[in-house]
Design a protein around this ligand. Sequence first.
Ligand code: ADP
Length: 364
Amino acid sequence: MPELSESTVRDILDSHRDPETGRPMGSMGQIGSVEVSGQTINATIGISSHSRPIQADVKEALESKLVAAFPGVTVNLTFQLHARPATRVGQTALRAKSVIAVGSGKGGVGKSTVAASIALTLRQFGCKVGLMDADVYGPSIPHLLGLSGRPGFSESKRIDPIMLKDDSDLPPMPVMSMGFLVDPNEAVIWRGPMLHGSINQFLGMTEWGELDYLIIDMPPGTGDVALTLSQAIPLAGSVVVCTPQEVALLDAVKAIAMFRKVNIPILGMVENMSGFLCPDCGKTYDIFGQGGAREKADEMDVSFLGGLPIDIKLRVAGDEGRLPQVIASDDVARGPLEKITQAMVRTLASRNAAAPPKPTLPTL
Ligand code: ADP
């Protein structure tokens, strides 16, 4: 057993792997002051905004390593922000650490609600987030977020996204959607090259700023946009949204197969409308049975990220464009959404620990 000293404690902290990069935290300058006084350890740990959702995991892991090495010690860890800029993604001007596509096998399962809610929850955790609505056939993100307006052009001829702002201290969230560019009642017919062009422009021409996460709401079902994206940039992964009914699960299987085909890794499955949260008694009723999505995820060798119950408040908030306010408040929907978001970031972290991400090219 090592002797309790600042240097032995520092060795343990230094060697712990950073969830974002998978590299030892010491080598990245993330371990600040370390003090040992009697049987008490005080240390300051730097964590990047990308890893904020799983800061509690890092704290717990470090505490248990220290207690295992020095039984009986008291550990006080203080976390502070470790600045680490995002680099450019692929050949584009986009600077984002993790680009995540949210897809589904069919429409109406709550994919846009889940995509927007994941983006908003990441923002609540303190991450720098952008939201891109690639559901060009039915762009619903502006409506869900209560945003309108026309994106302008910056001096450098780049597109200025619409910014979601609120009274909180959180930075504004850039949002880009075809819904800002075309009349919501107008039918848009997209031919392949146009679709390809607009997705690439959204990605590379938008003034996103520097992001930890760019969440992309994908069109349901078809693989055209997934293919365009996978050719344009390396994606960190995808999240597949489904509902618990057996038929919906079959669609989810198709969505998983589609992402696999274009080499976009699957981070996991989210079961939306899993049970009904009764507003009167607070109890959740399993209308469509339970565990179907989890079983299907296991069968497909995909992580299950969690379930989100049917919550009338969420539906009303979406319809009224108040999703950001509901997620910012201490609403019941926030609990499951935090769990889903943390599970997603955890899956990214475990991949980074196994092997830092490498760009992949699609095989057709
Ligand atoms: P999709 O993007 O899959 O077409 P949407 O996100 O637009 O689906 O959701 C479809 C409808 O279902 C919307 O009215 C939305 O408010 C509602 N909805 C989605 N998820 C939930 C939920 N968990 N609880 C209640 N209503 C939901």
